[in-house]
Design a protein around this ligand. Structure first.
Ligand code: FAD
Length: 448
């Protein structure tokens, strides 16, 4: 169904109700990306989507849940949303696989899989993304032996611009499969995804504050000792938060709720340090006061997902895993040396390598380092000061987060870049899927 401007509000992040925004404006979660699409198309089935694409000759972008910080979705032409194409299509409990509609949001997927006694092998720290959007950018959690979500795709259905419905997997259309698992919406529109899962399981989360020097010295060992390990480091503190997740059959339990939520505290300090940046080191040095050791046990998808109510923008780079601690150390020193305004913790995770052409983890076990800025503060002064450190390690940026890499620079970071480009040009010969930002990176000369 094509929806004209006046009915946009059924799509997440369409700001028809904001007084200071033009009617029908789309914006992403953090509101750092905005655009005014001419129309929104919400298909209800693969066949409706295929016939729309076959007859459509203009430009378009497909949106998931709008949780990317980078300008992937912006369009002033047609915005396609698969938010009417959600749910479970089929399952194989012997192989532990499940086939789902591509628009399914992760927060619905968890309970759906639990109902068939399956669980996703790993997840990131929120569950608001759609499965197609999350896999299209190489979204990941943490775990040295666990790959990004795109590598958990066993097969997928791609609808191309000429209306063809193409199935691909490692056994069938293998090159396309390697290109399409991290596709940025550049090859067509994914309508169905088959996931490799595992039997439904419980996780025990443990959180504690430890000295930074211990974390830097031991994290390369701890990544082998725990299924999931993660650090939250602070520019001005000698302590870090260590978070680990382990599979358990212990009874579910929750820690005592704090008198004030972490997010309420964070928002308060964001506003305070925005006005008085000199407070940031003082806040960071008190981290052990605010974060208490805790444990909780629950079904995996409930433990993975963390509420994120304080809006921010983010830059994230993946560096070779063995250089992770050294790179994190340099990031912290750069913040201290230049008194950079960086209140949010720096997130440090591990991701296993894969064979997906545009995956930031292509053939490289990686340490993932993310820096965040409060959404009401300028982010580029912080990000620009840190990006050269990631470059020292041939860091690859997260596709859904902010970076300044050009197409030429990215091509040197991805050995299969030209192979992806070949397939992209074959599937989108008239550059219908390139918005101006993507056109500056991919095949700029073909953009119309
Ligand atoms: C608060 C927050 C926390 C986050 N945490 C993590 C994290 O823990 N780990 C991590 O790696 N990332 C994280 N991210 C980044 C996020 O996972 C990615 O940017 C993800 O791609 C967003 O998914 P989405 O459904 O919102 O897709 P969108 O942002 O809407 O789109 C992303 C890309 O997918 C494409 N796309 C969407 N649907 C389709 C489709 N059907 N067919 C083809 N292409 C499609 C779009 O065109 C676009 O190129 C976080 C982001 C936020 C805002």
């Amino acid at each position: 169904m094509i929806i004209r401007m006046s009915h946009f509000d059924s799509i997440e992040h369409i700001t028809s109700d904001l007084p200071d925004s033009p009617k029908g404006q789309w914006q992403n979660w953090s509101a750092n990306q905005k655009s005014l699409p001419n129309e929104v198309f919400q298909p209800v089935s693969t066949s409706e989507l295929a016939s729309f694409l076959k007859n459509y000759t203009g430009k378009l972008r497909v949106v998931g849940s709008g949780h990317s910080f980078s300008p992937l979705v912006n369009t002033c032409d047609t915005l396609v949303s698969l938010n009417q194409m959600t749910g479970l299509i089929g399952q194989d409990n012997d192989l532990q696989t499940a086939r789902v509609m591509a628009g399914t949001p992760l927060h619905k997927l968890g309970p759906l899989l639990e109902s068939i006694d399956q669980g996703m092998i790993n997840l990131g720290d929120i569950d608001h993304q759609s499965i197609a959007g999350a896999t299209a950018t190489g979204t990941h959690g943490t775990g040295a032996s666990l790959p990004c979500l795109s590598d958990l795709v066993k097969s997928m259905t791609l609808i191309t611009l000429d209306g063809s419905v193409i199935e691909c997997s490692s056994a069938h259309n293998k090159s396309l499969f390697n290109a399409a698992r991290v596709n940025l919406g550049l090859l067509g529109i994914v309508s169905e995804i088959e996931l490799k899962n595992r039997p439904c399981y419980q996780l025990k989360e443990s959180i504690k504050v430890i000295p930074l020097k211990d974390a830097l010295a031991n994290i390369e060992q701890w990544k082998h000792d725990y299924r999931h390990v993660e650090l939250f480091a602070f520019g001005y503190s000698d302590q870090v938060i260590l978070k680990t997740l382990e599979i358990t059959d212990e009874a579910p339990r929750q820690p005592k709720a704090p008198w004030i939520s972490d997010d309420a505290l964070l928002e308060f300090f964001c506003k305070a340090t925005q006005k008085l940046p000199k407070l940031t080191p003082l806040v960071h040095k008190q981290i052990a006061r605010f974060v208490k050791s805790s444990q909780r046990v629950d079904t995996s998808y409930k433990v993975f997902a963390t509420p994120r109510t304080v809006r921010f923008t983010e830059m994230e780079y993946q560096v070779p895993a063995e250089h992770g601690p050294e790179c994190l150390d340099k990031v912290i020193h750069q913040i201290r040396k230049n008194r950079l305004p960086a209140l949010f913790p720096i997130e440090y995770r591990y991701v296993a390598s894969d064979e997906i052409w545009l995956s930031p983890f292509y053939q490289r076990d990686s340490a993932s380092i993310s820096v965040h800025q409060y959404h009401q503060q300028p982010h580029w002064p912080l990000f620009n000061a840190l990006e050269p450190i990631f470059d020292e390690y041939q860091g690859r940026p997260h596709w859904g987060k902010l970076h300044t890499k050009t197409g030429e620079q990215l091509a040197t970071l991805y050995p299969q870049w030209n192979d992806f480009e070949e397939i992209r040009k074959e599937f989108d010969p008239k550059a219908q899927l390139l918005n101006p930002s993507l056109a500056s990176i991919f095949g700029a000369e073909k953009s119309t």
